[in-house]
Design a protein around this ligand. Structure first.
Ligand SMILES: [Zn+2]
Length: 322
């Protein structure tokens, strides 16, 4: 049996696991990320938590084939430098040089959103599919693409930024500095923004936020929809139409076998998937003639990032410093 270490580095936690060749996570370990500390300290903990996972599996480093790491950043495939990890304030860090002395295994590093879609493809909602688009509808919109069974991230590793493709010409200002990005409409933050624009007093949604628009949260919209609030129904319908337009673009470009949806907004699964399928069917190129791909919710949860990191050697892109 082959085993690999997968490490998911987030702004809050370092989550590691040992993954077997079937894509199962057989052990877990976690440490606080401790953002704000030096690169030496954080990379030391990345190694420590990975070794803890190996120990928790009752195995040794000799049983491991590779060390795969999902980072909230990109590694430039030409230079091997970690481009920028906002949560740690790192810019152009020679990350392999820090990690190689710590664990004597082949190291593979990839963006965390790409690891998540890979994890879903290996052991989650897109299992056995070769062409997959995943959107994570969280605070922002994350995205990942699997093409012909491998991660696709463009010539310089910065591709597949699906959240920062445009839904509107001169639309809302986005966190990336551009205007009209999908991120500004289809994320939880975007949904909240739409709700603020459409909210009127005397509605159930207005009661849910205690008559204070600053207290409005994205999940209150779906709560109010479930309670039958007409304004919330209209807000949610607009959100789904915008998300369907975005998904229709990705289907027209990639024609994947499956579109996978994850993140906080996707937790409203009963309200999301069926109406969204109908809208995607209506707003996608050639859908009347050839239909639309499978649309599914992400299944692997927090393990997706660990599994995706662990299988990078097999499915990823080698970004080692040249
Ligand atoms: Zn943007």
């Amino acid at each position: 049996m082959r085993y690999d270490i997968g490490l998911d580095v987030g702004g809050t936690n370092l989550s590691a696991g040992v993954v077997d060749e079937e894509g199962r996570v057989i052990s877990h370990a976690a440490l606080p990320a401790g953002a704000g500390r030096s690169i030496d300290e954080i990379t030391a903990d990345m190694a420590k938590v990975s070794l803890m996972a190996v120990e928790n599996a009752g195995l040794t480093l000799r049983d491991m084939a590779s060390w795969g790491i999902g980072m909230p950043s990109y590694v430039n495939p030409r230079t091997g430098l970690l481009v920028h990890a906002n949560c740690f304030g790192w810019r152009n860090v020679p990350i392999y040089r820090y990690l190689e002395p710590l664990i004597a295994l082949p190291i593979y590093i990839e963006n965390d959103a790409n690891c998540a879609v890979l994890g879903e493809t290996v052991a989650g909602a897109a299992k056995d599919f070769q062409n997959v688009v995943m959107l994570t509808l969280g605070t922002g919109v994350g995205g990942g693409i699997i093409l012909n069974g491998r991660i696709y991230s463009g010539a310089d590793g910065l591709g597949a930024e699906l959240g920062h493709t445009k839904l509107f010409f001169r639309g809302r200002k986005c966190t990336c500095g551009q205007m009209g990005c999908i991120d500004g409409y289809c994320s939880a933050r975007g949904l909240k923004e739409t709700a603020k624009e459409m909210l009127t007093d005397g509605t159930l949604l207005w009661d849910l936020c205690h008559h204070d628009i600053r207290k409005l949260e994205a999940q209150m919209v779906t709560e109010a929809v479930q309670l039958g609030d007409q304004t919330a129904v209209e807000i949610w319908d607009l959100y789904l139409s915008q998300l369907a337009a975005a998904i229709g673009n990705f289907i027209a470009i990639f024609r994947p076998e499956a579109v996978i949806l994850g993140g906080g907004v996707a937790k409203a699964s009963d309200l999301l998937l069926n109406p969204l399928r109908k809208k995607v069917q209506e707003s996608t190129f050639a859908a009347q003639e050839i239909g639309i791909p499978e649309m599914r919710l992400a299944q692997a949860g927090n393990d997706a990032g660990i599994i995706g990191a662990a299988v990078l050697e097999k499915y990823g892109i080698d970004r080692r410093e040249k």
